[in-house]
Design a protein around this ligand. Structure first.
Ligand code: AMP
Length: 201
């Protein structure tokens, strides 16, 4: 399975990504986690992106794409992966499409966790307290939400046109949402197989 998971900050992507990855036996790759780990460890990359993350802005495309390509080239991602938090711009979408095309591969589905921004802001503030995430002040959260809405629309349109979009209601308990996701993904992939379109490498 080659999957993307998309959703506004706080939609529960990280939690669900771990469950989906375990279910399908694929690595969950979160660009946000990679950046945060580098900031913590004060690597060269971490020093480069620390301010950007703290402000809630996007790391430049070329840098982000290089990191994702390196990660996807690791052996554990050869047969499948779940990308969380990438792509976030059309430039990144094109980079991912090119990467997969060059290797004769395709995405199986793009999962969207749908939720209302106001519900998510409350959730994020709670998480900030628990996890001590420095990029999760109310001001930054609202800003990140705006950035997400503004930038994501064209991405969703792109994947919708490609027939890959799978929308799931992100409201509910972790288990409820998880069940919905498995059902929706299985239906999407089986539906494609039934249509005789499952010759994906
Ligand atoms: P996330 O954990 O996915 O919310 O990401 C946290 C932060 O990492 C974002 O606010 C950005 O600063 C940065 N980041 C993560 N993924 C990307 C991406 N695909 N492109 C640019 N910046 C990213």
């Amino acid at each position: 399975m080659r999957l993307l998971i998309m959703g506004a900050p706080g939609a529960g992507k990280g939690t669900q990504a771990a469950k989906i990855a375990e279910h399908y036996g694929i690595p969950a790759i979160s660009t946000g986690d990679i950046f945060r780990a580098n900031v913590r460890q004060q690597t060269e990359l971490g020093k480069q992106v620390a301010q950007i993350l703290a402000a809630g802005d996007y790391v430049p495309d070329e840098l982000t794409e290089r990191i994702v390509v390196d990660r996807l080239d690791q052996p554990d991602a050869a047969d499948g992966f779940l990308l969380d938090g990438f792509p976030r711009t059309m430039h990144q979408v094109d980079a991912l499409d090119d990467y997969l095309t060059e290797r004769g591969r395709q995405l199986d589905a793009v999962l969207v966790l749908a939720a209302k921004p106001e519900d998510l802001i409350g959730r994020l503030l709670k998480r900030a307290e628990i996890e001590g995430r420095e990029d999760d002040t109310e001001e930054t959260i609202r800003y990140r939400m705006e950035v997400y809405q503004r930038n994501t629309k064209p991405l969703l349109d792109h994947y919708d046109q490609a027939g890959l979009l799978v929308r799931v209601d992100g409201l509910g308990t972790t288990d409820e949402v998880c069940e919905r996701i498995f059902a929706a993904l299985d239906a999407a992939v089986d539906g494609r197989a039934a249509a005789g379109n499952d010759d994906r490498p």
